[in-house]
Ligand binder design. Sequence first.
Ligand SMILES: [Zn+2]
Length: 253
Amino acid sequence: MQSKTEAIIISSINLGEADKLVTFFSLDRGMLKGVAKNARKSFKRFGAGLESFTLVRAHLYEREHQELARIESVDIIEQHASIGSDLGRAASGAVMLELVRELSPLGERNAQAFLLLSHILHLLDEGEGPLFLLNIFKIKFLSLLGYQPKLDHCLSCGSQPKGEMVFLGMKGGILCPACMVSSGEPQVTLSPGAVGFYYQALRMEMDKISRLKPSNSIVRELDRAFSDHTFHILGKRLKSTEFLKAVLPPAGR
Ligand SMILES: [Zn+2]
């Protein structure tokens, strides 16, 4: 069965002598994997269209009960070339792609998540702040996949956050200082400013998102909370966050 869909290339690795195994996030069918036959030789059918971050129209051929599609050819819609040429943008984008790959179920359509990634990569390519965009992406993407943390009230007593709250990654929620029994471990805290920014960003339309100007400390707070949250969702750390820390260390944020 032949089909075509808009897709964002997550990764492509060499397969055998001439082929590539491509992982991509598609508008119509969510995460998919496919083989691009002869991709390393046929510039005409693929060109630079299998590079990570590229938005393409992919022409597919699929057979029932086969996990891998065949990618017949791709047309580049947006190359997003400046993401790969800047370390900070590349590192931030790599975390986004890893989150998509780890959290999106294979073959399950999520058009809103696709449009979000496409929009964020466009802004990243245009030079908008990489850490700001990564935060926005995490806030909206986790919510679209059903992993939205609950930050509007204490998980235990239900009180609304007035001062600093403690974030519990394992529960994806917050506790007020009165309910928190300290274990002596370092805590991830969220200020009212960070919680306020979270809900503002969650509700704001993507075409207005650049109006938001969070302080560095809010970006850092949310970054720590989300790292903790995704660690508990995935049961492991994202590999690409090491690269991000090396390129954009917290002190410089
Ligand atoms: Zn409480």
